[in-house]
Design a binder for this molecule. Structure first.
Ligand code: ADP
Length: 411
């Protein structure tokens, strides 16, 4: 356990709660001395270090390691093997993996997600079921003892794991990083790694925290650090050229590893992402909402509401799913029900106000599909803002589900 803690600390910055959970899992494993426990599943957006956490665990345990990609698995035979009567028959991924590592107690890292239906998941279920630990590969046709194999799975989303499999897994969520954490990870891990990868030595490329923040915020938009690592690699590549040039011209004295802001722009080009809020001026009916995507990147989006003469219709655009459309209807009903209290209508206009106008709500970035209940509060605020002609500061973003009674639920 001591060794595992050291290894995890050494390889990863932050992630305190994740490391704690992993250590708990390993401790129980050690005490019980068998593997009939739940399978560890690291869950989180791409680039947050799931694979590299898996590798640290392997290093700490001192076991052989094999990575099995489930992404391309289409049918059962790929996991369970083909019967030998077929031409080109082969053992399945599990048997092949065991042969490759040559030991009975390796760690298998299962990456990528399995298609949700059909046979592969049933075969995998049999492999992962802690209750019966012999597995029958059709090609080998003898029971295979998997009781000493430690399986670790990684996944981006819970929804993509078939429920019976999920049942057998112990989920450890690896969340995304803040900019502050990303800069620390970059200084301590990514930059040194890339410097070595490019044949330089640590110190030959120096990037200040301020510039790393510029790279992370201006050139990447992600929960993890994969693009950040790629951009840092680009910088190292450019410096490697400069270094090699200087070295063979015998002008190393003139070489400096310090990167300037101009250099970053020269190497990486113009910034790809701008601070969207700064450009916006507040207008009634325009609200900043908070959203996240399956890739784990969170962000803001602007909800626009407008009204025009009409008959009381509600129009919604922006490639919206059913749930978000329902939220819009709930928001409108709530606003209508409370129009008098909110000062939208007076006793004279109350009966006709909503029948004289059509309302249109649009979610920009119209090509990107959006769904989920969390836009409720923002939609309600957009409508109130529109009808009362009051502005909401664009630097205030909101998220939350709303009910017909006007209750706000967390999401
Ligand atoms: P995932 O499997 O979650 O998609 P990876 O394990 O491939 O992500 O991580 C991508 C890169 O980021 C790797 O080089 C990894 O070492 C690095 N990385 C991610 N998180 C951390 C962290 N907390 N500390 C150090 N390096 C990290």
């Amino acid at each position: 356990i001591y060794k595992a803690r050291q290894q995890l600390e050494e390889d990863h910055y932050g992630l305190e709660s994740v490391k704690k959970r992993v250590l708990e899992y390993l401790a129980v494993l050690k005490l019980k001395e068998d593997l009939k426990g739940p399978i560890l599943c690291l869950l989180g957006p791409p680039g947050v270090g799931k694979t590299s956490l898996g590798k640290s665990i392997v290093n700490a345990l001192g076991r052989k390691f094999h990575r099995i990609s489930l992404g391309g698995v289409r049918d059962e035979a790929e996991i369970r093997g083909h019967r030998r009567t077929y031409i080109g028959a082969m053992p399945g991924l599990i048997a092949q993996g065991l042969r490759r590592v040559g030991v009975k107690n390796p760690v298998f890292l299962l990456v990528g997600h399995l298609s949700n239906h059909g046979d592969p998941s049933a075969a995998l279920l049999e492999v992962l079921d802690p209750e019966h630990n012999t597995f029958n590969d059709h090609y080998l046709n003898v029971p295979l003892d998997l009781s000493k194999v430690l399986f670790i799975a990684t996944a981006n989303q819970v929804d993509t794991i078939p429920p019976p499999l999920l049942d057998r897994m112990e989920l450890i969520t690896v969340p995304g990083y803040t900019f502050d954490e990303k800069i620390n990870i970059a200084q301590r891990h990514l930059l040194p790694k890339q410097i070595i990868n490019h044949g330089l030595s640590v110190g030959d490329v120096k990037i200040s925290d301020k510039l790393l923040l510029k790279i992370a915020s201006g050139y990447t938009r992600e929960a993890g650090v994969r693009s950040l690592e790629r951009e840092i690699a680009s910088v190292c590549r450019a410096k490697a050229v400069e270094y090699a040039d200087a070295k063979y011209k015998d002008e190393l004295d003139g070489y400096t590893g310090e990167i300037t802001e101009e250099e970053v722009e020269k190497i990486l080009g113009v910034t790809k992402f701008d601070n969207e809020v700064a450009e916006r001026t507040a207008r009634p009916g325009v609200i900043t909402g908070l959203a996240w995507s399956a890739s784990g990147s969170g962000g803001i989006l602007f909800i626009e509401a407008t009204q025009m003469a009409g008959k009381g219709n509600l129009q919604l655009t922006g490639k919206l799913g059913d749930v978000i459309k329902e939220s819009a209807n709930i928001a409108l009903s709530w606003v209508r029900a409370h129009a008098f209290q909110l000062g939208i209508t007076t006793s004279e206009t109350e009966s006709k106000f909503f029948f004289q106008r059509d309302i249109h709500i649009h979610f920009p970035a119209g090509a990107v599909g959006k769904d989920g209940p969390s836009a409720g509060v923002a939609l309600t605020t957009a409508l109130v803002s529109l009808f009362t002609d009051r502005r909401v500061p664009p630097t205030t973003a909101m998220t939350g589900e709303i009910t017909l009674r006007g209750q706000v639920l967390p999401c």
